[in-house]
Design a protein around this ligand. Structure first.
Ligand code: CA
Ligand code: CA
Length: 163
């Protein structure tokens, strides 16, 4: 993105920060703004990358701290679908109790999941990983398929015990 100094005095950008609900999906890359003094009419560039790990639309804010106040710029991106199979955390093409155990281990912080694994672990697609996702996984494993979210039911039909 480009930042233009449309004012009549010098603009000094002291810091950039991404905040908001989905801030962890966005990162600030290279930029020519921080620390530089921009005369009126001059511009600088900020690269923002979007690396989503859950499905759906992600939003955050870029705050630009300057000598004339702070400015918020809304960011948004559409994450599309998981590369991985919903519920198959260890990517062996099958949904088992082992996948459910991996979700619980991630919930209590004893293992870290990759972005693809996080996407697969959020079986109810609410953009967070909890014991409830693990419970839904175990329902699939034992073939209790009532009440499973639609996308996960499809996954469980193809890779688990729901028919
Ligand atoms: Ca698996
Ligand atoms: Ca979830």
């Amino acid at each position: 993105m480009e930042v233009y100094n449309t004012g009549e005095s010098d603009l000094i950008i002291s810091n950039l920060e991404i905040n908001g609900t989905d801030s962890s999906h966005f990162t600030i890359g290279s930029n020519s703004c921080i620390g530089a003094s921009k005369i009126p009419g001059e511009l600088c560039f900020i690269n923002i990358s979007f690396s989503p790990y859950f499905t759906g639309t992600k939003t955050a804010n870029l705050t630009i701290y300057t000598n004339v106040g702070n400015f918020d710029v809304p960011l948004s991106g559409n994450a599309g679908n998981c590369v991985s199979i919903l519920g198959d955390i260890n990517n062996n093409n099958s949904i088992s109790a082992f996948d459910g155990a991996m979700v619980l281990q991630a919930v209590v912080g004893s293992i870290n999941l990759t972005n693809e694994q996080k996407c697969a672990a959020d079986v109810n697609e609410n953009s967070s990983i909890s014991a409830y996702d693990s419970a839904l996984l175990l329902k699939c494993v034992v073939g209790n398929c009532s009440g499973l979210p639609q996308n996960f039911l499809t996954s469980c039909t193809n890779h688990g015990n729901c028919l």
